[in-house]
Design a protein around this ligand. Structure first.
Ligand code: NAG
Ligand code: NAG
Ligand code: NAG
Length: 156
């Protein structure tokens, strides 16, 4: 019993520290599209958008499900960031990662929503429009809202 417990705790710590490299996808239009850093530009303020999945680094996120955790671009120090005044309609961007910053702390719910931890705001496909280049926003978390359904596709 003691041994089993230790193994479980170690497993949790390892996963929490490293996370899984994953695409984050939305299928509201019937086509699976990816959460993407615009133009692959790793810099403070680059918008995060929906885009065809294309296996570029701009779509490889490190995410320790369920969290609370950051959503970091693989092999970078840039994280998904909800801005200084998170709210409905605020456009998502990347920013340098800071430990435990509320605007960069996310939680993956059992029904596949990605919520800003303890703030009632969810990652939301703006206007349900999956046209390439549409910037992602946060919006009040709403049950069953397909604009807020994000499926992890683990890469490695
Ligand atoms: C995406 O939606 C389409 C249409 O509803 C469905 O046929 C397809 O299986 C879905 N794909 C995934 C990966 O869920
Ligand atoms: C992948 O998508 C990004 C959009 O962020 C684009 O800038 C890049 O050119 C695309 N890469 C390929 C190989 O299509
Ligand atoms: C990681 O990023 C650095 C530069 O930031 C780059 O030189 C290196 O090739 C990248 N590693 C991989 C495996 O892509």
């Amino acid at each position: 019993m003691q041994l089993l417990l230790s193994v479980a705790v170690l497993g949790f710590v390892a996963q929490g520290a490293l996370g899984i490299i994953t695409e984050i996808t939305n299928n509201v239009s019937g086509t699976t599209k990816c959460l993407d850093v615009k133009g692959g530009v790793l810099a403070n303020g680059t918008p995060v958008q929906i885009y065809d999945c294309n296996a570029s680094n701009a779509q490889d996120w490190v995410f320790a499900r369920p969290g609370p955790t950051s959503l970091r671009i693989w092999n970078s120090t840039y994280c998904l960031d909800a801005g200084s005044t998170p709210g409905n309609g605020v456009g998502m961007k990347i920013w340098e990662c800071f430990d435990n910053l509320p605007a960069q702390t996310w939680f993956y719910t059992d029904d596949n929503r990605i919520a800003l931890y303890n703030q009632g705001l969810c990652l939301d496909l703006t206007d349900g429009d999956s046209t390439n280049g549409n910037q992602i926003q946060t919006w009040q978390c709403t049950d069953g809202n397909k604009n807020q359904e994000w499926i992890q596709v683990n890469l490695r």
